[in-house]
Every structure is written in structure tokens, then in C-alpha cells.
Design a protein. Sequence first.
Length: 435
Amino acid sequence: MSTYSDICIVGAGIGGLTCASRLIGAAADRKLRIRVFDLNATVGGRIQSRKIDDEEIAELGAARYSPQLHPHFQQLMQGSGLPHAVYPFTEVISHDSVLDELKATLDELSPRLAEHPNLSFLDFVSHYLGAEKASHIIKATGYDALLLPMVSAAMAYDIIKKHPETQHFTENATNQWHYATDGYHALLCQLQHQAQVAGVEFQLEHRLLSVEKSGADHVLAFSHHGDTQMHRTRHLVMAIPPSAMPRLNLDFPAAWSPFQYDSLPLFKGFLTFDTAWWDALGLTDKVLMAANPLRKIYFKSDKYVLFYTDSKSASYWRDSLELGEDVYLERVRGHLEEVLPLDGRPLPRIKAHFHKFWPHGVEFCVEPEAEHPAVLLHRDGIISCSDAYTGHCGWMEGSLISAQQASGLLLQRLAQLDEVAAANDTFITSSTERA
């Protein structure tokens, strides 16, 4: 037994919810049914918000946005009416001179980017400073990904100027940054509620297993609480990341795009204490760059300490957890004591902690300089959207751009079908009158 919808959206992150929202009017006019499926128990995808002590919000996924860099998301936040505040972490400090060296290096080498279009960022900096010095300087950015061979020099400069912790090393130093004080999950719940009021149905805890073409329809097989359920739909939008596509029988990426895709892991570790001891050290609402696996350490008002890592360091913390919570916490304490000016005193007792490891935290096209479409189209008419297809990979802005183009493509398709239907009605009416 199978269910049917006119429009099926797989993925209830910000991209899938945006598609649903933009299709509501056209669906209502045509009396079309929209269903949204997701493998998780709640909407959100890589947006997850958690409360600390029933008041402060900690973002396990996406955490901040810039009105200058992310105008689509800025517009969405303004339209939601949800409160926001200034994101505090744009002041970065270090206990040595490496940040000054980083800025000087970026300024000095920027005019030479065009001379080395095929070099990785590490090789580019090494060409001028030597491998050891280059590695030391690049680690000061706090992003292990910038050491990877796949990251070109131009790509690295683009990353550095688009993050609040490092933008002050570039011409983007004055960009503003905000965060949602009620958490971004509240925004997605608002989008879900608006869609449900308009008649969109949500089917959560459904893992897509396969997609088959059947005439003009697509037949989808889902796993739901151990059972396999079939669903038929006329129009299909895949609002899921590239890392989720290869396990399906859709020949990704060969049948979709000439480009290749990859991802990087992310890890966020949150720590709470009985007192905000970091205030006496002058660290409140600042980011401390660490030359160890903690990389970037954030001290949020009097609420919590957060460290945020990617790539090699993210995997290090995942492996630490697999060795047990005691090992993980011992390493956290040890690495914090390495970089904090504690004057030999032990780190205060950790009151509580939580964390989030994202195996595919940032997804992207391997050829970033290519003219990449923001939406992919399968030969069977399936539409795929993801932030990874845009220049804003890893950001909510990219998801909005891709989803808006995906829904626009489907709206064009619906309009074309209306024209064909109207032409057929005219032909039938004319034939009847002649008869």
C-alpha cells in the first residue's frame, strides 16, 4: 500500500522548509498536496538549538549570520519577528604574536594569489615562508581545513574573510554579525507551523531508501520504525546534502553534475562551570586561538565555554569520546590548562558538558572556482538543492539560495503544465464544437 502526494520534499532542514513555504500558494491554487519527509524526529537538519539552565541558547549547528554576507537569511529573520542580538565573538586573542604574523602574511601575499592559481593554501604560503612557518601561521586561523590539499589559496582567503573570528585580518573587518537569542530552531519551527497551517503534511522519522521512476510519477521507499513504506509523487525535490545522495540508487553525482563533492567533520564541545572564572582573565565574549586540538575557544558571557573545531581536530575529539567520557574530559582539561593564563592553578571543576560531532558538518563542491549551478537536475526530473551547490557552502544563506532556485524551477514546471492543460482544453472544446 502506498500514499500519494503531488509534490514531495525529502529533507526538513532550512532548505526543505523554504521549498515548502514557497510552493504553498501554487499548491493551494491547483489543489495540490505537499508532503515533507525527514529521517529525524524534528525539523532542522544541521540547525539544532539547546537550552542551558533553561535560559541561554547554545547552537549545536549553525550559530551566526552577517547581514552583509547573508542578505537572504537576514530578510528571513526580519520577517520572522524573532529577536536577535549582536554576535560577540569578533575579537580574537592569542598569547603570542602569531595573530600579528598571520595578518602581515595575508596582507603581504594577497597580491600574489593570481601568480599561483593551482597551489593549495599551504603550498602557497610555504612557497614564501617555508613549510614549518606556513603551517604555524595557518593554524592561527583556527581552521584545520585550511591545511588540506584541496583548499586553494583563493578559497582560503575567501573562507578567512567570511568568518567573524578571522574577518578582521581582511577588508571585511567591519561586517556585522548577529545570532538568534531564542535559537534558530525556533525559526524552523515557525516555518514548519506556517506550512502545516497551509496544509503541508510532515512525515518525520522516515529514512529514504530508494527512488524509482514509474510513468509520470516517482515511487519512493521509506524505512519508518522498522517498516518499509511506499510513496508516490508527481514532483520530487531532494533537499538533502551531497553526502546523503550516494547511498540512494540515483547515480550521484554522475547523473546529476560534472562536479565532485566532499565534506569536512565539525565538533563543538560545550562546558559549564559554577562561576565565570574567565571574566577575571579578560576573556568574556572573546575567542582564544589555541595551538592545540581545541583550536578556537569561546567564552560566552557568564554562561559557558565552547570550543569549535573542524577536520583533523574534530576527528581527534570524536576519537577521544570513543575512548570514554573520562578520557575526553581529561584531554579537554589538559588542553585548556595549556593555553590559559592560570599561573599554575588548576582549571576550575567542570560542572556539566555536552557536545555535537557532525561527520559531514560542511559540504562543498571540490571545484569551488567552477561555475556551479545552485540546483541540480536529474534526467528523470528530480530536483536537488543544497548549500553545497552554492558559494555559501556550510551556511544557512546557501541553503536559502539553493532552495529558492529549486522551488522557482518547480513553479516554472507547474506553470508549463497549466499551459499544456489549457491548450488541450481549448483543442477539445474546439473539436467538440466542430463535431
